[in-house]
Design a protein around this ligand. Structure first.
Ligand SMILES: Cc1cc2nc3c(=O)[nH]c(=O)nc-3n(C[C@H](O)[C@H](O)[C@H](O)COP(=O)(O)OP(=O)(O)OC[C@H]3O[C@@H](n4cnc5c(N)ncnc54)[C@H](O)[C@@H]3O)c2cc1C
Length: 431
């Protein structure tokens, strides 16, 4: 069933990562940026438009990290639920974090429109299915709280009516968030890169950064193609952080996330299973995220890898079995693509920008970087140019180091088992 599966992201059919022409590495510039995903390019764009000379380095082709592999759910999700954040961090903090999430989502829509980025941005909303009746009750309370403080019209859909949202009987109803959207992640990355290049940013693909040193005048960055002296430096490597920054590696856990794409399905099947073409999710801890392709012809379905590993058909088959758990009629559906990439989690689940020894970081997007990588890295760049719009609730202290961890997440199989057990006993994800 998996023979002949394409192991590149489905998204690359329309927007594969580009081989950029090799340009000489300039010996000096105002700012060097490590990583040419959404975060690195978003910071570069703001800085170049403010007149700074910027060189971005990526060890792969730009976008080949998570930014052209993700599900394209533009949710700006925060892993700590609003109600829980009020309890643990206080109402004021919760209001500023969740208020900024709303502003960031709206900002992304406005940015894509203003830059004229053709990336299938669709403000279709998201339905999150409740895997247990108790989760539906908890979702109802969360929706009430969110609607009380923010104008987002979250709506609860009881099980008896859920077929107007999803052609599945698995869920016990669910919550609709009309304020969330979907886009084509690789086209979004390509548009961002085009804007950055037009603004004067130099991007060096397939050029690894090996180390960054602070010196009297600023920073020295050793790359695979030469040394650069810059006034400032930004690290935007998220789930692909390597030993060039061992300190950061100890603070970010790269978690593999896998997706499958089905072959095109009959239009009547798509209309029955995903009648509103919404983004879709669920409340279990080992949750799945799924959606129709932007042209509405097939299903793209993602979840955690069940074991550490590469591009193997068995993982795609596992995911297809999970898909059939939601839509039994798809038990034998043919797949066209399967791929995986790394998301980065930190201990407190909050995305952030921070500084260490003068080096600037935008990272820890916890699987929700479509909104956050763009927003937080743009804020970081505004901070560097001293712009008053730099204020953000996500300027934090660096994340704590993960105990007994140096960059190889040996504990992931145990963690997945633990979350599986939590699902068994009814714990709920906020995704
Ligand atoms: C399968 C999958 C599904 C996802 N689904 C969603 C979703 O639906 N919605 C959502 O919001 N988010 C989703 N995400 C997360 C989202 O894609 C990321 O949060 C986001 O792309 C992070 O962007 P970034 O620029 O920080 O990092 P990346 O795009 O990962 O870029 C980091 C770059 O740093 C480079 N790099 C690392 N070390 C070095 C070095 N030493 N020298 C030079 N370059 C280096 C890497 O090559 C890489 O290109 C998903 C991720 C995956 C993998």
């Amino acid at each position: 069933m998996t023979d002949g599966l394409n192991t590149h992201p489905y998204w690359w059919e329309a927007a594969a990562p580009r081989d950029l022409p090799e340009t000489p590495v300039a010996e000096t510039c105002d700012i060097t940026i490590v990583g040419a995903g959404y975060a690195g390019l978003s910071a570069a764009l703001v800085l170049a438009r403010a007149g700074r000379s910027v060189q971005v380095f990526d060890k792969q082709r730009p976008g080949e990290g998570a930014s052209s592999r993700n599900g394209g759910l533009a949710s700006g999700n925060i892993h700590i639920g609003f109600g829980k954040m009020i309890k643990t961090m206080g109402l004021e903090t919760a209001l500023s974090v969740y208020g900024e999430a709303k502003t960031a989502r709206e900002g992304l829509a406005a940015f894509i429109a203003a830059e004229n980025i053709d990336c299938d941005y669709q403000p279709v909303g998201r339905f999150t299915g409740a895997i247990r009746p108790s989760h539906y009750e908890a979702q109802s309370r969360e929706a009430e709280r969110l609607n009380k403080h923010f104008d987002i019209d979250a709506e609860m859909i009881p099980k008896s009516e859920q077929h107007r949202e999803i052609g599945s009987d698995l869920y016990h109803g669910g919550m609709v968030r009309p304020d969330l959207a979907g886009l084509h992640p690789a086209k979004f990355h390509a548009g961002l890169m085009e804007a950055a290049i037009k603004a004067g940013v130099t991007i060096h693909g397939e050029t690894a950064v090996k180390c960054i040193r602070r010196d009297a005048g600023g920073y020295e960055t050793d790359t695979a193609r030469g040394r650069v002296a810059s006034g400032q430096t930004v690290v935007a490597t998220n789930g692909y952080t390597d030993n060039a920054d061992r300190w950061l590696r100890r603070r970010l856990v790269p978690v593999p996330s896998r997706m499958i794409a089905t072959q095109p399905l009959p239009p009547e099947t798509m209309a029955r299973l995903m009648p509103k073409r919404r983004m879709l999710g669920e409340t279990r801890q080992l949750y799945h995220y799924f959606r129709p392709s932007p042209d509405g012809t097939r299903i793209l379905f993602g979840g955690r890898e069940r074991a550490w590993g590469g591009e193997k058909g068995e993982f795609a088959n596992n995911l297809r079995a999970d898909l059939a758990g939601i839509f039994p009629e798809l038990a034998d559906v043919s797949l066209s693509h399967t791929w995986f990439g790394f998301v980065a989690y930190n201990l407190d689940y909050l995305p952030r920008l921070f500084e260490r020894d003068g080096v600037q970081y935008a990272t820890g997007f916890c699987g929700s970087g479509v909104v956050w990588a763009w927003w937080i890295a743009s804020k970081l760049a505004l901070k560097l140019i001293g712009d008053t719009k730099a204020d953000t609730a996500f300027a934090c202290a660096p994340p704590s180091a993960v105990p007994f961890y140096t960059g190889t997440p040996w504990f992931l199989p145990a963690a997945l088992l633990w979350y599986g057990l939590q699902d068994h006993f009814g714990a709920m994800s906020k995704k």
